[in-house]
Design a protein around this ligand. Sequence first.
Ligand code: NAD
Length: 356
Amino acid sequence: MNTSFTHPEFADHERVLFVNDKSAGLQAIIALHNTKRGFAIGGCRMWPYESAEAAFTDVLRLSRGMTYKNALAGISSGGGKSVIIGDPRTDKSPALFRAMGTAIESLGGRYIAAEDSGTSPADMAVMAEATSYVAGLESDSNSGDPSPSTALGVFLSIREAVSFRLGRSNLVGVRVHIQGLGKVGFELAKLLVRSGAIVVASDINEGNCRLAREELCIRTVSNEELLTGSCDVFAPCALGGVLNEWSIPALNATIIAGAANNQLLTQEDHVRLTNAGILYCPDYLINAGGVIDVYQRRHGGTQKEIDAGLSAIAARLSSILSEADSRCISPGKVAQERAESLINGSELVPIPTAVA
Ligand code: NAD
């Protein structure tokens, strides 16, 4: 098992913390990729990884992605992420989330957690009993769940990409395939249905599919049918790695724009998508709505400021798609260049010692 500096995804991480609290049943990893732009902010995922190495690989990839996402979103934060190894359906307990809070507290504000796949605002509230470094908490005016903001950012980006590639000014009749009907995918489906798009979706959880059929009147299909079926937009909203050397040749989509982090399994997949004539909207660019939401709320931002941040995602996508087109390179390459220039050009931001 390679859980060291030589791991292929290590990518110059500043710090990695392995947490093993037997009495609380907690095994977790917290990864801080880059805090040059400020303390790291990123979700806390809970997932039944098949091995510790799989969890390590995931947290490194997710944490690095947060550095790029936060920089492009204009947030004065670095990138970090945490993963709890466990099944969110059966392994949650107050002791586990308190222990996770204690581990986060030990980093002294270098990492701020928020909910992610497998965790909820209620779990964050339990973590907050042991640390103040948790964002996305429920309040009188807000559910604490950033997923609706993530979904809205992706929705606005889909509209932008459809206008750019298909020359359509609205989504009426546009066929969108959504993989994953969780917190973001379901909300995105709702927005798309309201806009007149024809939505088809898949989820490995049949309960989520049933709910979508009943509440949104959309068709649900198998993953294979979803990935290979003809559509205008494919929106990955489940887990990462869905775009790879095996899936890309079978895709029958014109645009890819979804919420999942790390949709591409490898960097070569950018080239595979470009060669296949598929317009790929970089995941960390368009799924930044959630982190904009939690960052703004933690810093006393207003709903107006959050809305402006979400609209800016689509404007940024538009500018990146135009530049990629004029330079004949992939949008992923342009997004990466812009993010790296923001990260490398940053002045060092001191880590706060008090609660932000
Ligand atoms: P979630 O756990 O609520 O939903 C994920 C859904 O995908 C679940 O319903 C699950 O059953 C389904 N799923 C898992 N594997 C699948 C597969 N192979 N095929 C089909 N369905 C599958 O998570 P979420 O919060 O909706 O996030 C979805 C994705 O978006 C994740 O990759 C997450 O990291 C990313 N993301 C989420 C947010 C947010 O605000 N929640 C922000 C940015 C990025």
